[in-house]
Design a binder for this molecule. Sequence first.
Ligand SMILES: Cc1cc2nc3c(=O)[nH]c(=O)nc-3n(C[C@H](O)[C@H](O)[C@H](O)COP(=O)(O)OP(=O)(O)OC[C@H]3O[C@@H](n4cnc5c(N)ncnc54)[C@H](O)[C@@H]3O)c2cc1C
Ligand code: FES
Ligand code: FES
Length: 479
Amino acid sequence: MTSNNIEFIYQDRIFKIENPDSNETLLNYVRTKLKKTGTKEGCAEGGCGACTIVTGELKKNEINYKAINSCITLLPTLQGKQLILVEDLISKEGSLHPVQQAMVNCHGSQCGFCTPGFVMSLFSMFKKNSKFKDEEIKDSISGNLCRCTGYQPIIKAAKSLKNKNKVDQFTKNKKTTIDLLKKINNKSIVIYNQDKKYFAPRYVQELKKILKKNKVTNFLSGGTDLSLGITKERKDISSIIYMNSINELNYIKNNNKYIEVGASTPLIELESYIKKYYPDFTKILKRYGSPQIRNVATVAGNIATASPIGDCLPLLLSLNAQIVLQDLKKTKILFIDNFFVGYRKTRLKNGQFIRSIRIPLFKDNIFKSYKVSKRFDDDISSVCAAFNLEIVKNKFQSVRIAYGGMDAVPKRAIYCEKILSNSQATEEIIDKAKKALEKDFKPISDMRASRSYRMDVAKNLLEKCFVEIKQKKLIEVNV
Ligand SMILES: Cc1cc2nc3c(=O)[nH]c(=O)nc-3n(C[C@H](O)[C@H](O)[C@H](O)COP(=O)(O)OP(=O)(O)OC[C@H]3O[C@@H](n4cnc5c(N)ncnc54)[C@H](O)[C@@H]3O)c2cc1C
Ligand code: FES
Ligand code: FES
C-alpha cells in the first residue's frame, strides 16, 4: 500500500498529516502545529538535547522506545511510530511521571530550559528495563547539556529511579498502542509537496523502482548529517529517499567470517552486538555523538558522508571491511580501502546505494582503537586511530593501522604498517613506526587541533597501543 499521508500515534490516537513538507523538522511541527512547547530548541544541530523527544517503534511485538533529537528529525520519518512528548508524561489524573518527580525531589532543574530534554532522555532509559547502573545513567544523558543546574542532581534523580515501580501509563496502555502501531505500520510513503519529493519504501524492490524514475535523489538514513543541510545551511532538499523505512536492511548477521550490518541498522544496535568481538569498537561507538544520535544514525550514513573524522571509518579500514553496493541491476562489493577518493568524496555512483557493510572477524588478532576529542562525550574526534595486529612470538605477522582526522580522508598508515610488518616488536621498530607516521600524514590545523598536535597524538596513540599490549604480556618490548 502506498500513501501520500503519514500516520503516527499520539496520545492513544492515530494522527494523520496529508502531504507534509518533507523538509519540515519534527521539532517545528511539535511546537508550531501541535502547539506543544515543552520541547525546546537550543542548537538545531543535534548537539544540546533540549529538543529530545521519544518515539515508540514496533519491534517483535514490543515497543522500542528511542530518545531522538527532534530538531534534526524530518517530520515524515514519524510515519508508523508513536510520538511521546514531555507533556505526555503527566498522567491523566495529573500526577507527575516518576522521572519528573525524581527531578523535582533531587532539585534537578534551575532555569529549566534543558529540563524537558533531560526528562525525555531519562524516560527512555526508564522504559528500557534499565538496571540504572552509573555508566548507563551517564550514557543516557550524554547528549543533554545543562548550563546551570550541574549534572550531579540530575544523576542523583536518575539513581533514585532504581527502586521505583516501573508501571506507568505507557505500560498500562501498551496493548492499545501496539494494536494502533500495527494498523499504521504497513505502508510505503510517496509525497509530492510543491517541488519536493519524499519516498519511504518498505522493500529494496520498491526502492529500485523509485531509483529508476528518480535519477537525482538524496538517501536519508538517520539524517544526523543530511538534515543539518536544512537546519543549519538553510538549504532545501528537493528529493529524499528514506532508507530507514526498509526493514529488510535493518539486520546484523554473522557467518563466523564476518559480521554483516544492513544499511538501515542504527549504530546503537551495532554498539551492543559488536562488543563480544571487538570491545574497542563498542568503546568508540559509546562516545559517538549521543544515544539520541546513535538511536538513528547508521554506519552506512557514516561511510557515505566520508568525513575525515567519521569515527567508524578508521576502525573499518583497519578491519578491512567491505561495502556492499547496489544499483538497479547489480550488487558490487568494494573494499573500504578503495572507497574514499577525496574530501567527502566516494566511489558511490548516482543511483547506487550502500546495502550493507561486512566487518571481517579476525579471531586471533589484537584490535585496539582510540578517540581523542576536546570533550569526552558527544564531541567530534580530533584524531581517531585503529590498530588491527597479528602478533606471533613477539613478531608482527600482519598489521593494519588507520587514522581519522589526519588527512582529507580517513586513511591507512601504509609506511607505518610497512615498518612493523614481519618485524620483531622492539623499541627501535616502534620508534621507527612512529616516525613513519610523518611520511603517511600531513594533517591540517583547524579549530579542533593544530597540525603538530594531531601528529603528536597520532604517535602517542601508537605508543599507547603497544604499552597496553605489553601490559597484557602479548609482546615483550620496552616502550
Ligand atoms: C550532534 C552530532 C554528533 C555527531 N557525532 C559524531 C561522532 O561522534 N562521530 C562521527 O563519526 N559522526 C558524528 N556525527 C555525524 C553523523 O552522525 C554520522 O556521520 C552518521 O553516521 C551519519 O549517519 P546517518 O544514518 O544519520 O546518515 P544521514 O545523515 O542520513 O546521511 C548522511 C549521508 O549519507 C548518505 N547515505 C545515507 N545512507 C545511505 C545509503 N544506505 N547508501 C548511500 N548513501 C547513503 C546520505 O545521502 C547523506 O549524504 C554527529 C552528528 C551530530 C549531529
Ligand atoms: S536543539 Fe539542540 S539537540 Fe536539538
Ligand atoms: S537548568 Fe538551566 S540549562 Fe539546565
